[in-house]
Design a protein around this ligand. Structure first.
Ligand code: HEM
Ligand SMILES: [Ca+2]
Length: 593
């Protein structure tokens, strides 16, 4: 009780305390993740430490690991410069929606509290007197850096991930990293952003979420504590009070999924006039979440890994019916490594949006990264930005590159320079990831003892670069290995990356009692309803709630081509909500007609 008072007094309850109200086995999924596992009701909540695929590798409890020789690992920026070029490259198959939707999905599992800390609280790690602070892990730039040597920039701000110890939640000696989203796929970024719960976003009328109109379009509401430092006053005012204000691609999906919730409510309310606000809200949330997961684990995973690989891995099945792999003894969590490796998609992030007018005429370019923390600009340009997503994303050809802004100007308006992939190496070390070889062993059973052993995974030309850089194969960072890994046969991402993604899927399906494909979860879909969910595609989502979308690429993650032409939205499969018609409402429905 004393501890609780201490947390309350210091405004720490939302970070330090898991408040588990008594569970009812038949209730809907809770937004805070509690009661998912009835035997361990606190597990899977938005608070509490992370689970991991492999135990953490730290030096001195919570410092970045050292090379096996005891020396420092090679500097992050050097690893990036040697393994990844910068340049323009157009993906031969995928469009912007592929990395964009991936980025949206990562916010379901991860939170941006560490990025907020870096920008708002611990922005001084490049100041001489702070470089060695416990909270600082700056990326050092050498004097011969090919880009920054022409400037005075010799350091990029980077921070150590926050722990429950930093917040004063615990005095345990072993640091435990803060988590602020439920560690399974329940659309936290829409329904429980910043662990505020769903009360703050509901209208409590007809199941709907609160939205505001701007220039005739609907958006999540603004509010006094929202933070969008890149908005240009006075025109750009949109900034979400209760949803993450982050990157341009994520923002599009947040707007679409919030609108989509209300669209589902309208459809359900038409059919079921006897349903009250709660019933409409919970059913719409469940359907919206299932649609998002269907798009991710079927369409998006298939675009990344190829259909036959997914069938082989058991992630999709040919019959498409119910699936129940639930095991209450499984830890109720997707691991830290899963969302960390999603950073690999920074390689596919294009930095230019081609903008079009109402009639589809090209009107100019917009630098995508300049849309970060600038929801006002996004709201004013929804049509143009939506259409720009159908263009090819950044390519990952034989010589791997990242786009120039991603490599040098990752946080425009906030930091003079920021190398996102270098930060990815930096963070991998600072969250204590095991080295590449350990993950290869874990997922494939192959024991790598020298650089040449990497050849099945990495082309020799990159192995030759790694040798002098890392000196010992046991030193290689997992992200560095992923950057230059061969692309899997039949798919479009490295095989090792696919192992991480599939591992997350397996854990989610086994441990999430509310997984949408289960026939015997509380409020489960009927088979008829599940078959409707199976029709979900990203093109369906965009045709339903996208601005000015009347035609769409048939496959929404792929660039437009002869094989993947624009088709009218009327040709895209839609969910038939009659599958949710409730007989109990029949009398009322008939009266209305
Ligand atoms: C406009 C495009 C993007 C920008 C400007 C951007 C920028 C950033 C920045 C600045 C960070 C924080 C780096 C750090 O502190 O270490 C970050 C982290 C991250 N990004 Fe991106 N990113 C973009 C696109 C993507 C995409 C397409 C994905 C995945 C599909 C992605 C996944 C992630 C993940 C998983 C993290 C880690 C978050 C965490 O650890 O808390 N990002 N990104
Ligand atoms: Ca979640």
């Amino acid at each position: 009780m004393c501890l609780l008072k201490h947390y309350e007094r210091n405004n720490l309850t939302s970070t330090c305390v898991i408040d588990v109200k008594p569970c009812d086995p038949n209730e809907w999924r809770r937004v805070d993740g509690t009661c998912n596992n009835l035997k361990h009701p606190g597990k899977g909540s938005a608070q509490g430490g992370f689970t991991r695929v492999l135990p953490p590798h730290f030096h001195n409890v919570y410092e970045s690991r050292k090379a096996v020789s005891g020396e420092d690992l090679p500097m992050e920026r050097l690893v990036r410069l040697q393994l990844l070029g910068t340049g323009v490259s157009s993906h031969h198959l995928m469009n912007h929606n592929l990395p964009g939707f991936g980025a949206y999905k990562f916010l379901d599992i991860a939170s941006i509290h560490d990025v907020e800390n870096m920008l708002l609280n611990t922005s001084y790690c490049c100041e001489k007197e702070h470089m060695k602070d416990r909270g600082c892990t700056p990326t050092i730039i050498s004097d011969d850096d090919p880009v920054f040597r022409y400037s005075s920039i010799r350091c990029l701000n980077n921070t150590r991930p926050l722990t429950y110890q930093d917040y004063g939640c615990t005095t345990d000696a072993v640091p435990s990293m803060v988590k602020k989203a439920t560690p399974f796929f329940d659309e936290s970024q829409i329904y429980n952003a910043h662990t505020k719960g769903d009360k703050v976003i509901r209208t409590f009328k007809n199941g709907k979420l609160t939205m505001e109109e701007e220039d005739g379009k609907l958006f999540p509401p603004n509010g006094p504590t929202a933070y969008c430092p890149n908005n240009r006053a006075p025109e750009e005012t949109r900034c979400f009070e209760n949803y993450p204000n982050t990157l341009l691609p994520i923002t599009l999906y947040i707007i679409w999924f919030v609108r989509h919730h209300n669209y589902i409510c309208d459809e359900l309310a038409k059919l079921n006039p006897c349903w009250d606000d709660d019933r409409l809200f919970y059913t719409a949330r469940d359907i919206n979440n299932a649609i998002s997961n269907q798009i991710y684990f079927h369409e998006w995973f298939e675009a990344c890994q190829g259909r036959s690989n997914l069938l082989k891995a058991g992630i999709i099945t040919k019959d498409n019916g119910f699936r129940d792999l639930y095991d209450e003894t499984e830890a109720c969590e997707v691991p830290l490594e899963y969302f960390y490796v999603l950073r690999w998609f920074h390689l596919m992030q294009e930095s230019t949006a081609k903008m079009y007018d109402k009639h589809g005429n090209y009107v100019g370019d917009f630098p995508i990264l300049n849309g970060t923390f600038r929801m006002g600009f996004i709201a004013k340009n929804m049509e143009s930005l939506t259409k720009s997503t159908f263009n090819p994303c950044h390519g990952i050809e034989d010589t791997r590159t990242v786009s120039v802004d991603v490599a040098n100007n990752g946080l425009p308006g906030q930091q003079d320079a920021f190398d996102i992939p270098s930060a990815d190496i930096n963070k991998g070390r600072n969250v204590g990831l095991a080295p590449l070889v350990d993950y290869i062993y874990h997922f494939t059973g192959i024991n790598i003892t020298c650089f040449e052993d990497l050849e099945p995974f990495i082309p020799m030309k990159y192995i030759e670069i790694m040798k002098p850089l890392y000196k010992d194969v046991r030193n290689v960072d997992v992200m560095a290995g992923l950057w230059v890994s061969k692309i899997m046969k039949g798919g479009h991402i490295p095989e090792l990356l696919a192992h991480f993604l599939n591992d997350a899927w397996r854990r989610a399906v086994r441990s999430d009692r509310h997984w949408y494909e289960r026939p015997n979860r509380p409020h489960a879909f009927t088979l008829r309803q599940l078959k409707q969910i199976r029709k979900s595609t990203v093109s369906m989502l965009m045709c339903t709630v996208g601005d000015g979308v009347s035609e769409i690429p048939k496959k929404g993650f792929l660039k437009v081509s002869k094989k993947n032409p624009f088709v009218p939205c009327s040709k895209i499969q839609k969910i038939d909500f009659r599958a949710w018609a409730d007989d109990a409402c029949k009398a009322k429905r008939n009266n209305k007609n």
